[in-house]
Ligand binder design. Structure first.
Ligand code: NAD
Length: 488
């Protein structure tokens, strides 16, 4: 079946959204967006340059007093309206997400639902932020803290799941009383711009959320801006280092949500069929382009071959192809550069003998040849010290490794520069908790995965970043306590 052309009529109009105004021309040049499923160009994305970044930061600063002075119940109502509008525009938003990155509709349909859920959740926080009463003994005094917003928060999001990232982060920042300059990447600006428009429709005052699609230059101008009070960066470790270096000039605080190389730990007493299905999700979901995807599958030796067989046996049944077709589970990777990088990683691993190629390893041809489709790829007996097991490939590649003991499983899982997620599969409840506590990871899922709800703190350790999105921890990322001490 030929690939359906993406619906360009759903694209939002403006090139940037600053202080409530939709700009139609910007000074940061342009980016030719390409639909990854066909390799054909769609539209030229107009990028924000230093002038628009400066205008956006100033607009956010101007909006700050009004936003902070607005009664909490009115801020709550505006955020609830935003959640409802996102729900009401779910179809367009999920189409935009598929157009941006070719993520299949099957998954993209859940993104607006998740984004609305985050906005609704944070709406509920607007009137629940409270400080602490501090013990002052032996002084006779009243001492308390006030949770104050930072001010202008620069929110930089990656291309994969940009809609959910921005709801997770910008939603928390504005609920805590900050204003936001949101920088989506050049490859995926459409959902952010549309949500920016919905923010205005929901009654958020102009300037509370400004959207400036930009590439590295615009991102750099934003993080160097002296009127930015906090930076929240989601993306790769390599870019995070540049962001931290640029933030040094003004000593701007930076929150980081970075990549991962998360492990499944499958013990012999687990439900092996379920564990194999979940392990496969690591390469199916967004074609393996997810920060928390479990891409290293550690399996107890006694059941290793069986789990490998169960997982690789299902590979040929994964429907790949047209991201807009209802039955498609796996689409292409995001662009040609990613496709070539992933294929060369696979090739190099094979040549170096870092693992045994069980399945996949190539690019799809025939009707899919124009797009950037990489076969779902499984390596067995992978060397845990090799790049295959240590680097975030960000593509549909799974590495299987056997282990003999619980201790070895934990050591293998933790022998990684990353520490984002872990997935434990076992029928032994004591082991489930023991292993979960021993893993170097911000989030552990045991015997199942049901997404990342807004109430769950999510984030990493080690090179997966620090700080949390979601839950009470997620909202606290965007406030700092001011202490007030009064003699009595
Ligand atoms: P990336 O690091 O290339 O880009 C991330 C963002 O930074 C983009 O908006 C980009 O335009 C911007 N940017 C690039 N150079 C910049 C600079 N010098 N200064 C400021 N901003 C700059 O990452 P990507 O390829 O867009 O996304 C994939 C990465 O993001 C993966 O590593 C993935 O694991 C990670 N990720 C992490 C999470 C999480 O919650 N932990 C979620 C999604 C993605």
């Amino acid at each position: 079946m030929p690939i359906t052309e993406p619906p360009l009529d759903v694209l939002p109009g403006p090139a940037a959204l600053i202080g409530g105004e939709r700009l139609h021309s910007t000074g940061g040049g342009s980016y030719q967006h390409v639909y990854a499923a066909t390799g054909r160009p769609t539209v030229e994305v107009r990028l924000s340059g230093a002038d628009e970044i400066d205008a956006a930061v100033r607009a956010a600063r101007r909006a700050l007093p009004r936003w902070r002075a607005m009664p909490a119940n009115e801020r709550r109502a505006a955020l609830f309206r935003l959640a409802q509008l996102v729900t009401g525009h779910a179809e367009t938003l999920s189409a935009l997400q598929t157009l941006e990155t070719s993520v299949p509709q099957r998954f993209a349909a859940s993104f607006p639902v998740a984004a609305a859920d985050f906005f609704g959740y944070y709406a509920g926080w607007t009137d629940k932020l409270a400080g602490d009463l501090i013990e002052t003994w032996p002084s006779r005094a009243l001492d308390y803290t006030l949770p104050e917003p930072y001010g202008v928060v620069a929110v930089i999001v990656p291309w994969n799941g940009a809609m959910v990232s921005l709801a997770q982060i910008a939603g928390a920042a504005i609920a805590a009383g900050n204003t936001v300059v949101l920088k989506p990447p050049e490859r995926a600006p459409f959902t952010a711009l549309r949500i920016g428009e919905l923010c205005l429709e929901a009654g958020l005052p102009p300037g509370v959320v400004n959207v400036v699609p930009a590439g590295p230059e615009g991102g750099d101008a934003l993080v160097r801006h002296p009127m930015v009070d906090k930076i929240h960066f989601t993306g790769s470790g390599a870019t995070a280092k540049k962001v931290l270096a640029a933030a040094l000039d003004n000593l701007t605080p930076v929150g980081l949500e970075l990549g991962g190389k998360s492990a499944h730990l499958v013990f012999a007493d687990a439900n092996l069929g379920m564990a194999a299905r979940q392990a496969l999700a690591g390469l199916v979901i967004n074609s393996g382009q997810g920060c928390a995807n479990g891409t290293r599958v550690l399996v107890e030796a006694a059941v290793y071959e069986e789990v490998l067989r169960l997982a690789s046996g299902r590979l040929r049944h994964i429907p790949m192809g047209d991201p807009f077709a209802a039955g498609t589970s796996m689409g292409p990777v995001v662009d040609e550069a990613a496709c070539l990088r992933i294929l060369s990683t696979i090739d190099a691993a094979g040549r170096a003998g870092h693992g045994r190629l069980v399945s996949g390893g190539g690019r799809l041809d025939g009707e899919l040849a124009g797009g950037y489709f990489v076969e779902p790829t499984v390596f067995a007996d992978v060397d845990n010290e090799s790049p295959l097991a240590q680097c975030e490939i960000f593509g549909p590649v799974l590495s299987f490794l056997p282990f003999e003991t619980e201790r070895e499983a934990i050591e293998l899982a933790n022998a990684s520069p990353y520490g984002l997620a872990g997935y434990v599969h076992t029928g032994d409840v004591r082991r489930a908790h023991r292993v979960s506590q021993a893993l170097h990871a911000g989030n552990v899922w045991v015997n199942g995965f049901a997404g990342i709800p807004p109430s769950m703190p999510f984030g990493g350790t080690k090179q997966s970043g620090h700080g949390r999105v979601g839950g009470a921890a997620g909202i606290r990322e965007f406030t700092r306590p001011k202490n007030v001490w009064t003699a009595l």
